[in-house]
Design a binder for this molecule. Structure first.
Ligand code: CAA
Length: 248
């Protein structure tokens, strides 16, 4: 790599985020993580990472809030440098059947999982286009592709992400900026292990041909590929990584 690229990983301390951040740092990127302003464990996470040799930049960002994204992205650009790579990874679930779902449950998931892609990408896109190089990876889900019981909000937000990816990919393709979606299946993170064990064992695991949950590092490896020079011809794609659970 000629110069050290700067990568921002939203939700970079979370289940998938930690793997993405550490693997990207291992691959030579300067990694900045964002974390939710309500995360009280950020300091101990950073300390633990330091003991493992990782020195991440870290900023509290409410990805659901456009103004906060604007303010913190400007700080990152000023204090660390121009953002070359954005991984829109932050996301939440509020799983419940549609019958029980309130407007607040809908809004929280749409804002955190979908609006966040606009809120963060808006801060970095002009710079990427001006510099003639950029990578945006939007983390969607198998459940945005196929739907999931108890996830009308989440499935809608995750499906929306790929529409965003495709449209923006068209607009910036000539500028050497790629925009891609990845759609992980059920990965062994807190989000998935929070599913009632009986549901996981009886309804979900039997649907995964590989016969196990995915590993966060497997998802991180795909993201590292998409950031590479070799991936310059991959744009507007939606890459599944789901153990064969859903093929299309
Ligand atoms: N498919 C078919 N039927 C299902 C089902 C499923 N996936 N999940 C639940 N049901 C059925 C139950 O068996 C039950 O049937 P009976 O009434 O006949 O017994 C009925 O639906 C009600 O189920 P619950 O008692 O569980 O209802 P609940 O209101 O307490 O909970 C729920 C509903 C919150 C949706 C719960 O079932 C659940 O957590 N399901 C898992 C949802 C899920 O897969 N979330 C993914 C999280 S991980 C993630 O999102 C990461 C990613 O990107 C992949």
């Amino acid at each position: 790599m000629a110069q050290q690229r700067i990568a921002v990983v939203t939700g970079g301390m979370g289940g998938l985020g930690e793997s993405i951040s550490t693997k990207m740092a291992d691959a030579g990127y300067k990694v900045v993580v964002t974390y939710s302003p309500s995360n009280t464990k950020y300091k101990s996470w950073l300390d633990e990472m330091k003991t493992q040799g990782y020195a991440f930049g870290a900023y509290p960002v409410d990805v659901a809030n456009f103004d906060d994204c604007a303010a913190k992205s400007a700080r990152i650009a000023q204090e660390i440098g121009p953002i070359d790579i954005l991984v829109n990874n932050a996301g939440i679930t509020r799983d419940m059947t549609f019958k029980k779902m309130s407007k607040a449950d809908w809004d929280a998931v749409m804002r955190t999982n979908l609006d966040s892609c606009f809120n963060m990408t808006k801060q970095v896109m002009d710079g990427m286009v001006d510099r003639g190089w950029g990578r945006v990876i939007n983390v969607s889900s198998v459940n945005g592709q196929k739907g999931a019981f108890g996830q009308t909000n989440y499935s809608a937000a995750k499906a929306g992400i790929h529409g965003f990816t495709k449209a923006l990919a068209l607009e910036v393709a000539r500028k050497n900026v790629t925009i891609n979606t990845i759609s992980p299946g059920y990965i062994g993170t807190k989000m998935v292990t929070a599913i009632p064990k009986e549901i996981l064992d009886s309804k979900i695991l039997p649907q995964i041909p590989v016969g196990r949950l995915g590993k966060p590092d497997e998802v991180a490896g795909l993201i590292i590929y998409l950031c590479s020079e070799e991936a310059a011809f991959v744009t507007g794609a939606n890459i599944s990584i789901n153990g064969g659970q859903h093929m299309y």
